[in-house]
Design a protein around this ligand. Structure first.
Ligand SMILES: [Mn+2]
Length: 432
């Protein structure tokens, strides 16, 4: 295999790590002793963290925005190649984001074989491809104003189906094996559409996409409570999403975006239930305080992220062979450097996973069986309270990454250098 072209100087990372290694080692050993008293092998936990992987979305490397505005930063990527390079920076530092999730038409290029090679040279591969039928593209024949896969206009439905099948074809060239489908279809007024007929039309379209899936591929459908539609959304929640996946067939599974639920919904229970019926397809990680779906994973409610991973670890233990959820970070960064937010999110996600691995499953099960509520609760809380950062740091360093990714990134001067050789992003209206 050809040598990987790393965007940051490897020596710089090594020397930055060099100053921190003693402290990392000492913290790791101290935590190892604490965990050993609980019969937990820290090396085994670190091994699982090293094998963990969460994809980053190509569109998440530029500053996002809200409906009200967007504030680009100097040096942010303005084309696919620059976005890919920034993905490689994230991967080089944190070592758990080796795959990029693409979005079409935003990532359209004329040579996907070359794009795949370009990514491989940066040490990256491709994860699920994402279709886009929530906005009209220049020159397209039918409008999605009143819906795409569920539109009352057969031409809009046909066009949306064809676009999704195009995405599958692109994904095949990129080495992806899943298509993620989110539609903004829905209504703003009571009476605007029949709930039932809308879902029937969606299903008719979705079956045509499903029929085009190659062997070994999955179709991941994503529910969202509201926005852009504000009265009703065709695939609004996990119940409808599960119905869709059940009706489509075994290659269809549900995608859970953490920001796509009503506030305070018990997402960890949804995870357990979707897993029970074999329909847990994957995750879009982010966080949310009110009704958004764009804040950094774990920024608002790290405990919920832990509880979700607790269910994921249980799900995997229950049926390891059938457990292969697609994980992706799905955030929009309005205020921070997107690379820093991706690094922070990767750390929060891997940290929630590591904590979930620390739960004493035997103790938990026994406590549940005898209705010992406090012990059951405490077995989760004890794991959540552990500061797992030494495990994450050690895993990164051993994999060639950085002991302190954000500090290292800042000292590398990457963004300042890119501000000189990349053109400034055009200020435009925000994306959601
Ligand atoms: Mn999403």
């Amino acid at each position: 295999m050809a040598k990987i072209r790393e965007p940051l100087a490897h020596d710089q990372i090594e020397s930055h790590n060099g100053k921190l290694l003693d402290a990392v080692q000492q913290d790791y050993e101290a935590l190892g002793r604490t965990l050993a008293r609980r019969n937990i092998d820290i090396e085994a936990v670190k091994h699982r963290v090293t094998g963990f992987s969460v994809a980053i979305p190509s569109w998440g490397l530029t500053t996002g925005g809200t409906r009200f505005g967007r504030f680009p930063i100097p040096g942010e990527p303005t084309n696919l190649h620059e976005r890919l390079t920034d993905c490689a920076v994230v991967q080089q530092l944190c070592r758990i984001t080796p795959k990029v999730s693409t979005h079409f038409p935003w990532d359209t290029t004329d040579d996907y074989a070359a794009l795949r090679e370009e990514a491989a040279a940066l040490g990256l591969g491709f994860d699920a491809v994402n279709s886009n039928t929530f906005q009209d593209q220049p020159g397209q024949k039918a409008t999605y104003k009143f819906g795409s896969l569920s539109s009352t206009d057969p031409k809009a439905r046909e066009q949306a189906v064809a676009h999704n099948i195009d995405c599958i074809e692109i994904g095949k060239k990129l080495g992806a094996d899943a298509l993620s489908v989110w539609v903004g279809d829905g209504t703003n007024f009571p009476g605007q559409q029949s709930f039932r007929d809308s879902l029937d039309r969606y299903m008719e379209s979705a079956r045509k996409i499903y029929a085009a899936l190659p062997d070994g591929w999955r179709m991941l459908t994503e529910h969202k409570l509201y926005e852009p539609a504000f009265y009703s959304t065709v695939i609004s929640d996990w119940g409808i999403n599960m119905t869709v996946a059940n009706e489509l067939g075994p290659k269809a599974q549900c995608l859970v975006d953490l920001g796509h639920h009503a506030p305070n919904v018990n997402i960890e229970q949804i995870v357990a239930m979707l897993n029970r019926v074999g329909k847990l397809g994957g995750f879009h990680f982010n966080d949310s305080k009110y009704g958004d779906d764009d804040l950094d994973a774990g920024a608002i409610n790290p405990h919920r992220l832990f509880l979700i991973f607790n269910e994921l670890v249980e799900a995997e233990l229950g049926n390891p062979k059938a457990f292969h959820p697609a994980y992706m970070i799905d955030e929009s960064h309005n205020l921070t450097d997107p690379i820093e937010s991706m690094l922070a999110a990767a750390e929060a996600i891997a940290g929630a996973f590591a904590r979930a691995l620390l739960v004493d499953r035997a103790e938990l099960k026994a406590a549940r069986d005898r209705n010992d509520v406090m012990v059951a609760f405490s077995s989760l809380r004890r794991a959540y309270n552990v500061d797992v950062s030494p495990i994450l740091a050690m895993a990164r360093v051993e994999a060639g990454g950085s002991a302190e990714p954000i500090a290292m990134y800042r000292s590398s001067g990457w963004r300042e250098r890119k501000a000189k050789d990349r053109k400034m992003a055009v200020v435009e209206s925000g994306i959601i």
